[in-house]
Design a protein around this ligand. Sequence first.
Ligand code: ATP
Length: 237
Amino acid sequence: MTLLELNDVSVFYGRIQAIHNMSFSVEQGEIVSLIGANGAGKTTTMKTISGLLNPSSGSITFEGADITKMKAHIRVVQGISQAPEGRGIFPGMTVAENLDMGAFGRADKTGMDADLDRVFDLFPRLKERQKQLGGTMSGGEQQMLAIGRALMSNPKLLLLDEPSMGLAPQFIRQIFSIISEINKQGTTVLLVEQNANQALARADRAFVLETGAITQRGTGKELLANPAIKEAYLGVA
Ligand code: ATP
C-alpha cells in the first residue's frame, strides 16, 4: 500500500525555487532514503512533508487522503512524525519531559506507556538518563532523544533528517541499526542523509536529489553499485 505520495511538488523560498516538480512515493513498511549534497533540497522536502513548509503547486497524499493543506500538528495526529535536523530537542527540559512533548495531545495512556517502553528498549541510555537535562546530553544521545521523541506520537511514517550528522563512527553504526530495528517493528521510515553509504545500504529504495529535483531512483543496492553515485556521494572514484 502506498503510504505517502508527492505529486509534482514545487516549493519556493520567496522567489527562490528549492524544489522542482518533485514526485515520489513511499510504500508502507519501507525504508526510503533521499541522498544529496548540501543545499540539494533534502530538508526542504522533509519540512514540506511534515507541513512546516507549503508547496506552491503539486499535492501530497497520505494513506490516499490529500494532506497538501493540512496543518503540521494535524499531520502528527494522522501519523507523520519528524525528528528534525540539528536534533531540535528542548535543552532546558529533562529527557523524560522531552519524550512527553512527543506525545503531546495524546490521551491513550496505555498506548503512551507502551510507546515509552518501546523507546526505552531501543535507547536504554534514555531510560538511564530520564532526569538529565536534554541540553547536557552528548550529541549522539540528543540524536537518540530526538528520534525517541518522534516515536512518542506512534507514527506510521517517521521522517529522519540527517540522523547521523555530527556523530562519531560508532554512534553512526548504532543509529542506523536502530533505524532498521524501528522499521522492523512496523514503522515506515523516510530518511534524508549525507552519509550516503549507510543510507543506501539500509534502504529498500532511494532517490538522489540534485538542486531540488530527483535525478536518480532505484533500490538501495542499485544506487550503491552505481559508479556515478559512488564517485559523487560515496567518496570512491
Ligand atoms: P543541507 O544538507 O546543507 O542541509 P539540504 O539538501 O537539506 O541541504 P535545503 O536546506 O532543503 O537543502 O535547501 C535547499 C535550497 O533552499 C538551498 O539552496 C538553500 O539555500 C535554500 N533555502 C533553504 N532554506 C531557505 C530559507 N529559509 N530562505 C531562502 N532559501 C532557503
